[in-house]
Design a protein around this ligand. Structure first.
Ligand code: NAD
Ligand code: UGA
Length: 458
């Protein structure tokens, strides 16, 4: 069968895999090919055991794979055949040299650009799907247009706004699709080609176009604003704990103002995930680069509060448990950075686990989808750490439970049974405010929520 377009995606990760699966699922007229530098990841995408857990993903992959969705290891052949190339490689924080700990590391992205340049024999549209510092497209265009073979490239910015755990729903029904292009004839033509793809299932009024630099910057700003809301409410959570106000009640009252809105006001042990911290630090770095010190300090504060919130959680545990955690067994309910994903990148649970181990506590980790990642993440921690799949077994004999991830499962456990199997006095530190604190207190737990009065029996 002849397809209308050949689409390639370089990078088969949390964004590349689900996004391409959705395009292939919705648009049978296009052939979608996904490649990755890791051959084992491609094998997983071709198996029944996909490399990532995302509700609804298995179903759409099963429908499209082999029909018009393919996962392959031959990156060069994929580049040659493609009309449009999405680049969805990772852009972590740089760990070396200038900008270490702040700037985005563009080595994966640049490697991809050079590979495209080496292999391409016909004109291509290159789509920045990865989150990148503003002005990256310019660097890409310079690399791509440095070739002597005369192939023409148009670079577009099309940042992804999906959240893990709801990726499929977000891709099916996005708040907006943003496409930035150069305002040249070629740039606008490429933009229209990309709009045409999304218009297969996204209403045209939700497909927003802009200049390319606005698009690149909007992605960083969107994440900074979301994270800022969490740090704002978390900063209020400590004040609530001091004053006996209830952060849930405050968030509800504040969020009912339609100018503020109710979402992203859940106080927590802190935000995690691969992007918020790195994207804010990237924004901070950009501000500093342009000499905007006050602005840089302002945004850096969002990350500082988040680090403080995680530390505060551990210090609360220490204080509550009579100023020593040494030899005490503490069960972490959840290790993923949020519910409905197995992803543990930048998870607050890792910070808490490492601090508990540093206090010579014994740590037991339970999570329905992230135990394997937890095992890998904690490899370098010197201490007593166990991984137990059954939450009842995990909590047995423990002095405390720390609720780290808002998995639905943890709302519905039999906490009386758990309490009876624990060391007394038993403690629960609810880092997500998801369990019924009154009921737990009645059962006998000493309960420490975030931003709400503690409930203790002594
Ligand atoms: P990821 O690490 O899950 O996936 C990236 C993939 O790219 C990896 O499988 C890696 O092996 C592959 N890769 C790296 N260099 C390559 C190369 N030269 N050739 C081929 N493959 C290569 O990362 P992710 O979470 O999918 O994020 C990708 C980008 O999307 C990042 O810039 C991120 O900021 C952005 N983003 C992520 C999310 C999210 O929820 N995870 C949401 C929106 C945007
Ligand atoms: C976030 C954004 O929501 C996406 O729009 C964006 O595309 C993505 O980053 C990205 O660029 O990677 P994600 O990190 O997957 O998505 O998940 P979120 O739902 O944003 O949660 C991030 C963290 O904040 C989690 O640890 C979550 O538990 C925490 N959170 C969220 C809170 O503590 N309180 C809240 O009210 C909301």
């Amino acid at each position: 069968m002849k397809f209308e377009k050949e689409i390639l995606c370089i990078g088969a990760g949390y964004v590349g895999g689900p996004t391409m699966a959705m395009i292939a699922y919705k648009c049978t007229q296009y052939r979608v090919n996904v490649v990755d530098i890791l051959p084992e990841k491609i094998d997983q995408w071709n198996s029944d055991d996909l490399p990532i857990y995302e509700p609804g993903l298995d179903e759409i992959v099963q429908q499209a794979r082999g029909r018009n969705l393919f996962f392959s290891k031959d990156i060069g052949a994929g580049i040659k055949a493609a009309d449009i190339i999405f680049v969805s490689v990772n852009t972590p924080t740089k760990t070396y040299g200038v900008g270490a700990g702040m700037a985005a590391d563009l080595k994966y992205w640049e490697k991809t650009a050079r590979q495209i340049l080496d292999c391409a024999e016909s004109p291509k549209i290159i789509v920045e799907k990865s989150t990148l510092p503003v002005k990256t497209a310019q660097a890409m265009e310079r690399i791509l247009n440095s070739g002597k073979n005369g192939v023409e490239f148009e670079v577009l910015s099309n940042p992804e706004f999906l959240a893990e755990g709801t990726a499929i729903a977000d891709l099916k029904n996005p708040d907006r699709v943003l496409i930035g292009s150069q305002q040249t004839e070629g740039g606008l033509k490429a933009r229209d080609d990309l709009v045409e793809i999304y218009a297969n299932w996204v209403a045209t009024d939700k497909i927003v176009t802009s200049n390319i630099w606005s698009s690149e910057l909007s992605k960083l700003v969107a994440n900074a604003f979301l994270a800022q809301r969490i740090s704002s409410i978390n900063a209020i959570s400590s004040l609530c704990e001091e004053t006996e106000a209830d952060v849930g009640e405050v968030a509800r009252a504040v969020g009912m103002d339609t100018r503020i809105g109710p979402k992203f006001l859940n106080a927590s042990v802190g935000f995690g995930g691969s992007c918020f911290k790195k994207d804010i630090l990237n924004l901070v770095y950009l501000c500093r680069h342009y000499g905007l010190k006050e602005e840089a300090d302002y945004w850096e504060g969002v990350v500082r509060i988040n680090e403080h919130q995680k530390e505060r959680f551990v210090l609360n545990m220490l204080t509550a448990m009579f100023n020593t955690l040494a030899g005490k067994k503490i069960c972490l309910f959840g290790f993923a950075f949020k519910a409905n994903t197995g992803d543990t990148r930048e998870t607050p649970a890792l910070t808490v686990a490492s601090r508990l181990v540093a206090e010579n506590a014994q740590v037991v980790i339970n999570d329905p989808k992230a135990l394997e990642n937890a095992r890998q993440d904690t490899q370098d921690l010197q201490g007593d750490i166990e991984f137990i799949e059954d939450p009842y077994e995990a909590a047995e004999g423990c002095h405390a439970i720390a609720l780290m991830t808002e998995w639905e499962l943890y709302r519905t456990l039999d906490y009386k049974k758990i309490f009876d199997s624990m060391q007394q006095p038993a403690f629960i530190f609810d880092g997500r405010n998801i369990v019924d604190h009154d009921t737990l207190f009645e059962i006998g737990f000493n309960v420490f929520p975030i931003g709400k009065p503690k409930k203790v029996h002594f």
